[in-house]
Design a protein around this ligand. Sequence first.
Ligand SMILES: Cc1cc2nc3c(=O)[nH]c(=O)nc-3n(C[C@H](O)[C@H](O)[C@H](O)COP(=O)(O)O)c2cc1C
Length: 186
Amino acid sequence: MNETIKIIMERRSVRSYTQDQIKDTELKSILDAGMYAPSAMNQQSWHFTAIQSKDIIHRINEECKNIFLKSGNKQLEERAKSPKFDLFYNAPTLIIVSGKKDNIAPEIDCATALQNMFLAAESINIGSCWIHGVTTLENSESGKNLIKELGIPEDYKIVGSGIFGYKAAVAPEPAPRKEHTVNIIK
Ligand SMILES: Cc1cc2nc3c(=O)[nH]c(=O)nc-3n(C[C@H](O)[C@H](O)[C@H](O)COP(=O)(O)O)c2cc1C
């Protein structure tokens, strides 16, 4: 198996991190990998907000917690009531990926960018995980203010985010792959 395919097979979502910050060169490699993802009509619809401030990551977590609590969704409310609520699993780096709303396929462009980042991270032995909850930030006025404060351009919407850091535990084995999802026609 070549190195790239090995990395694809071995990448797992990591939910336990050491508190050492990743190096600037590692962050740059991850961001560059995101920027070189494919995008519809090469529009590169993404905007990356890399956050390495514990305080700011904590503020985003608290904002999302309040939004979950008022969401009217029982499952989200229950999750947010937990004293251990931490969307970001205490990871030292968070990259929010936002897509330009009026482009062709901002969500898809952002997803290809995030996956490139996850694979680049794995290739340098950095753990990562997609975190969806940040997309709820726009559901409250204070969340919207925080989005502004983070410098996310007005014509972009948050599509997702990735957390990154050194792994503190071995990730579990991958779940079995679903059957009958491939049809090869020759
Ligand atoms: C669109 C999307 C949203 C996700 N959101 C979350 C999330 O909010 N929190 C989380 O812990 N994992 C999240 N994940 C990670 C998935 O749970 C994970 O990819 C899946 O269980 C397969 O495991 P693996 O990544 O280890 O192969 C998300 C993945 C995707 C693609």
